[in-house]
Design a protein around this ligand. Structure first.
Ligand code: DIG
Ligand code: MN
Ligand code: MN
Length: 379
């Protein structure tokens, strides 16, 4: 049995993705948000995530916004679906063409704050626990355009503003900043989980505890980072309020593939890490249908993520119960028996470095056992 029953959610923007990209127009018709909610629920998700504009049409007035939120609440209640994460789209509108919170135009920075406030209001209204901030446009192509220190200061002002707004409004939402190295901007500020952790450390102490990281599988694998280690560092820092899950071939553009579709071994160790850590945050799939998918394939996309996550949790159970694997893991460890830890005795201690160097490690057998487990031949 897993330590934690995972809360599996997916973004409205995922199933609603119509296939438009730089080299091609849409291959699927628009998906009504209420139909989208019903599809996600039918496919077995616990919850959903949304950008303001995914749910409430851009430019809606207060009355229309309230109407949509009330209709959403009715559908949520009818489907037993939780609103898990809210975020704001600060990357699609042309006003954000040169950044949002880090734009060199102070009016755009202020507009981004206003849009974030409104999105946070929507999230609070629907009961969301996390507010993600993905700075897709917070970057540049022309290095001469701004001093990166100034951009980071603007970014900090914006995040602190939103954090204060959540606190002053009595909203319990945690902020999760989502790293990504590039795309759509040539270089995006805060490219990795480590960058975000370092940035959080510079925030006003009055709001710092409310801010964490939303690492995404794809964004780390795009640049050949070990995502399991990215997540481990966030857990170690107590800064993992949310996670974006999917799959990705290394070194390519952000593919947002179905969870488990690539690199099954590292994906297995991600699922194992989260369960070993008893992490009970929202497990959010941030994936896209293939451009070649039809509307009839959208439910398969959602179901595939969920099924693969649960199957990998079963493999984690098997890993923990596998006697040979556990014996090999025990062989990997040597305790420091007999080695002093006080300064003077340690300084004088005579290590047999040749013996240390000669120690046999069981890694060939251990990794082979993991591969066989994932191939389903160790049951
Ligand atoms: C892309 O990975 C980003 C956007 O989809 C969204 O703002 C965020 C939500 O987790 N992820
Ligand atoms: Mn992505
Ligand atoms: Mn994401």
């Amino acid at each position: 049995m897993p330590n934690v029953e995972p809360k599996l959610s997916i973004g409205l923007w995922c199933t609603a993705f119509a296939g438009t990209e730089v080299f091609g127009s849409a291959t699927r018709p628009p998906l009504d948000p209420m139909d989208n909610l019903r599809l996600i629920a039918r496919a077995g998700a616990w919850g959903f995530n949304f950008h303001d504009d995914d749910l409430v049409p851009f430019g809606s007035d207060v009355q229309e916004t309230d109407r949509v939120l009330q209709e959403t609440r009715r559908v949520m209640d009818g489907e037993g679906l939780v609103a898990s994460m809210a975020t704001t789209n600060m990357f699609a509108h042309p006003a954000f063409k040169d950044g949002a919170l880090t734009s060199a135009d102070a009016r755009v920075r202020a507009y981004a704050r206003q849009k974030a406030m409104r999105a946070a209001d929507m999230g609070a209204e629907l009961g969301c626990s996390v507010f993600v901030m993905w700075g897709g446009r917070e970057g540049l192509e022309v290095e001469a355009s701004r001093d990166p220190r100034e951009a980071l200061a603007w970014y900090r002002d914006g995040v602190e503003f939103v954090a204060r707004y959540l606190a002053d409004s009595g909203y319990g939402m945690q902020i999760a900043i989502e790293p990504k190295p590039s795309e759509p901007r040539g270089d995006i500020f805060l490219p990795t989980a480590g960058s975000v952790l370092g940035f959080i450390a510079t925030l006003d102490p009055a709001v710092r505890d409310r801010v964490g990281v939303n690492p995404e599988v794809q964004h780390a694998r795009m640049v050949n980072l070990n995502f399991v280690h990215e997540v481990a560092q966030c857990l170690d820092a107590g800064k993992l309020p949310h996670i974006d899950l999917g799959a990705q071939k290394p070194g390519r553009f952000d593919q947002d593939l179905r969870f488990g579709a690539e690199d099954i071994k590292e994906t297995f160790f991600l699922v194992k890490l989260l369960d070993d850590a008893h992490w009970d945050g929202p497990h959010a799939f941030d994936v896209k249908p293939y451009r070649s998918d039809t509307p009839d394939d959208l439910e398969d996309l959602v179901r595939g993520n969920i099924r693969s996550y649960r199957l990998l949790l079963e493999r984690v159970d098997e890993f923990r119960a596998d006697a040979e694997i556990q014996e090999l893991l025990a062989e990997c460890r040597v305790d420091a028996a007999g080695v002093p830890d006080d300064v003077d005795a340690l300084r004088a201690f005579a290590f047999d470095v040749d013996e240390l160097a000669a120690r046999r490690l069981p890694y060939q057998r251990l990794d082979q056992a993991v591969v066989e487990l994932l191939m389903g031949v160790r049951r």
